[in-house]
Design a protein around this ligand. Structure first.
Ligand code: CP3
Length: 342
């Protein structure tokens, strides 16, 4: 049996056809996802019901035959496991109780307590490890500490992450303790996913682009480096994908600085630039503008082929620059796959 294509690409192999999966591939653009979500009642119940979370993870694999499945969960389950209240407002997004002071950081639950809340996530991983087709790679994930902190400090998503930047400016020491606490918990959370059967893990730093200069080093690079080093020492050979979204020029060197095996690219950087400056250090994935899966047509096919060509000289996993949106047409995903696989 030859090794799974995603694992080969993550080891640095250049494949004639890039393996492919999509961020948010289990999601509201799929009617079968909407049906299972309705059965669960609400988004968090879906995340915490292993049979249903496994079912929605499998749906896009059955429909499209992607090369990887990503565990269905959310990056905000970890703050909930650390003791914050979490709920989702339909049509608006997540809400959390907030942490804005050193005392608030000190009141978080100890790292060892997270597994009480997160046990159903590990059960979802165990089900998937049994049920996925043998050629499909199972990806676990967590939010990167900075992105998770932005939600913990603001209590919601924000356009500019201003509350987290304010906490960092007012009390850098306490903010650093918060980042350290999330870093430790993330190591244990991802470790438990790997023990349950995740074959790759991904760190989502959706708001990395708002960190500049030394802040990028301290709060995007350093936590990722620590998490990756700890995971690779506990689970030798475990591949890690890092997604420092909107890092711009800081994508260059990110794999070397953190030890990541693959860097996920948003769609603001040019594929030709990334092929020269990022792919020289290892595997890359991403870059297709998710809006093209809404609009489709020749532009979708042309841009898909352009990305495949740009990254054809090195290790590449085809993916989007960000998650597929609820407005996307499922038929356009089929068109994208035809353009990749021919
Ligand atoms: O990619 C996948 O298919 C795996 C599952 C997954 C979800 N969220 C499911 C989800 C993953 C990997 C995430 C990551 C995540 N969650 C991130 C990082 C990636 C990114 O998108 O930048 C962030 C910032 C979150 C936090 C979050 N979760 C927000 C801001 C929202 C609301 C926005 C939205 O799209 O509704 C969510 C909800 C969420 N997470 C949904 C899904 C499928 C939609 C919820 C629903 O079904 O109503």
């Amino acid at each position: 049996m030859s090794e799974k294509t995603i694992l080969r690409a993550l080891k640095g192999e250049r494949l004639p056809v890039p393996p492919v999966w999509m961020m948010r591939q289990a999601g509201r653009y799929l009617p079968e996802y909407r049906a299972t979500r309705a059965q669960a009642g609400d988004f968090l119940s879906l995340c915490y019901t292993p049979d249903l979370a496994a079912e929605v993870t499998l749906q896009p694999i059955r429909r499209y035959g992607f090369d990887a499945a990503i565990l269905f969960a959310d990056i905000l389950l970890l703050p909930q496991a650390l003791g914050l209240d979490l709920w989702f407002v339909t049509g608006e997004g997540p809400r959390l109780s907030t942490v804005t002071t050193a005392a608030g950081v000190a009141a978080l639950k100890p790292t060892g307590a997270i597994h009480d809340t997160l046990a159903p996530v590990y059960e979802t991983v165990r089900i998937l490890a049994r049920e996925l087709p043998r050629e499909t790679t199972l990806i676990g994930f967590a939010g990167a500490p900075w992105t998770v902190a932005t939600y913990m400090v603001a209590g919601r998503g924000t356009p500019d992450q201003a509350p987290a930047h304010a906490f960092k400016a007012e009390d850098r020491a306490a903010f650093t303790v918060l980042i350290d606490r999330i870093t430790e918990a993330t190591i244990d959370y991802l470790s438990a996913q790997i023990e349950a059967g995740a074959e790759v893990v991904k760190l989502f730093d959706s708001w990395a682009g708002s960190l500049k200069g030394r802040d990028f080093d301290d709060f995007a690079v350093e936590p990722a480096r620590r998490i990756i080093a700890a995971l690779k020492s506990r689970h030798p050979g475990i591949p890690v994908i890092a997604f420092p979204r909107e890092a711009g020029p800081r994508y260059a060197g990110f794999a070397r600085a953190t030890g990541a095996d693959c860097v996920a690219l948003d769609n603001s950087v040019s594929a030709d630039w990334a092929a020269a400056e990022v792919q020289k250090d290892g595997c890359v994935q991403g870059n297709l503008d998710p809006r093209l899966l809404v609009t489709g047509g020749d532009a979708l096919v042309a841009e898909t082929r352009r990305i495949v060509r740009a990254f054809s000289q090195g290790p590449h996993i085809f993916n989007l620059g960000h998650g597929i949106t609820p407005e996307a047409d499922p038929e356009n995903v089929t068109r994208m796959l035809e353009a990749i696989r021919g």
